[in-house]
Ligand binder design. Structure first.
Ligand code: ZN
Length: 301
């Protein structure tokens, strides 16, 4: 498992760093034209995918509310303190005049280490593959930006297109572009650090269902639940009568941690569920009832 430091540059209220109003669709919310809004959206997607799908640790070096702007050295310090494996700063280019500037560019510092250069190149390739946003004559420049020189680990700074570009601004405001940039960053990290997708619950449950297609496994599971040494007839009856219970026992035992079961007990005490069928899928009616009980805490009938 690696630790990734993500830095969405600037903050929500920074003047000048935004898509110019004349390039925005009518009625587009002003604050959502801020560069930090776009930087943060890519950072958030990247964080979600890295944590949920790859079990990585992610440290955010900006203020995730967007209300304040930590200094550049404070941002680098957060990455250094977390001993992050890499430090990725997310930006969008902002030129002074509206024009046809276009394309992603990824910076590393001058005389960068091999890993930074590998990050720079791979993040560029993977994000361009998904977004098609090319157009710079030198898309892999080297500059001594403070966040790159202050970082003690491999570090890059990404400029995901031009907010003052007539073509790029239309692309930058879309969720799809942000998600593709995030997926491109993640794909690059998968390649460089050999990240492996974590098994989710669904995968584990399908594995159990597969195991249960073998009757011997079912019999063994039932035997382990029946006291003494049950006869074949008793086992058959138990399977017939308790098939759902057996299934939920297996699913819950294989997929649920002790901590989650403790919380489930608390949920029972709070009246959210009566505790039956705890390993089985819920119907919409059951989900609605549980949500209702959570929100309104009605007296129990
Ligand atoms: Zn910027």
């Amino acid at each position: 498992m690696i630790t990734v430091a993500l830095n969405a540059s600037h903050y929500l209220h920074q003047s000048g760093k935004r898509i110019p109003t004349s390039l925005l669709p009518a009625g587009y919310p002003e604050l959502q034209a801020s560069e930090w809004f776009f930087n943060n959206r890519i950072a958030r997607y990247t964080q979600e995918i890295l944590v949920q799908d790859y079990g990585c640790k992610v440290v955010r070096c900006d203020d995730v509310t967007g209300e304040t702007s930590p200094t550049l050295s404070a941002r680098a310090a957060r990455a250094n303190d977390a001993k992050a494996d890499c430090f990725i700063t997310i930006d969008h280019n902002a030129g002074t005049s509206i024009g046809n500037q276009t394309g992603i560019e990824i910076f590393a510092k001058k005389q960068a280490d091999v890993k930074s250069i590998q990050l720079q190149k791979t993040v560029y390739e993977e994000t361009v593959k998904l977004t098609g946003l090319i157009g710079r004559s030198n898309p892999l420049p080297f500059e001594n930006w403070a966040v790159l020189t202050l970082a003690k680990m491999p570090a890059i700074l990404c400029e995901f297109g031009f907010m003052n570009g007539t073509k790029d601004s239309k692309i930058i405001i879309t969720n799809e572009f942000a998600l593709n940039c995030a997926l491109g960053i993640v794909n690059a990290l998968v390649k460089i650090y050999g990240l492996k997708k974590i098994e989710n619950n669904e995968g584990e449950i399908m594995q159990i269902v597969d195991e249960l297609k073998n009757r011997n496994n079912v019999v063994n599971a039932v035997k382990s639940r029946l006291a003494g040494s049950p006869s074949q007839a008793e086992i058959d009856t138990a399977i017939k009568n308790n098939v759902l219970e057996i299934l939920e026992y297996l699913i819950v035992n294989k997929t649920t941690s002790a901590q989650v079961m403790k919380e489930y007990e608390l949920a029972k005490q709070a009246g959210i569920t009566d505790g039956t069928n705890y390993g089985m899928p819920a119907t919409r009616l059951q989900v609605a009832l549980m949500a209702y009980r959570t929100m309104f805490k009605p007296p129990q009938p």
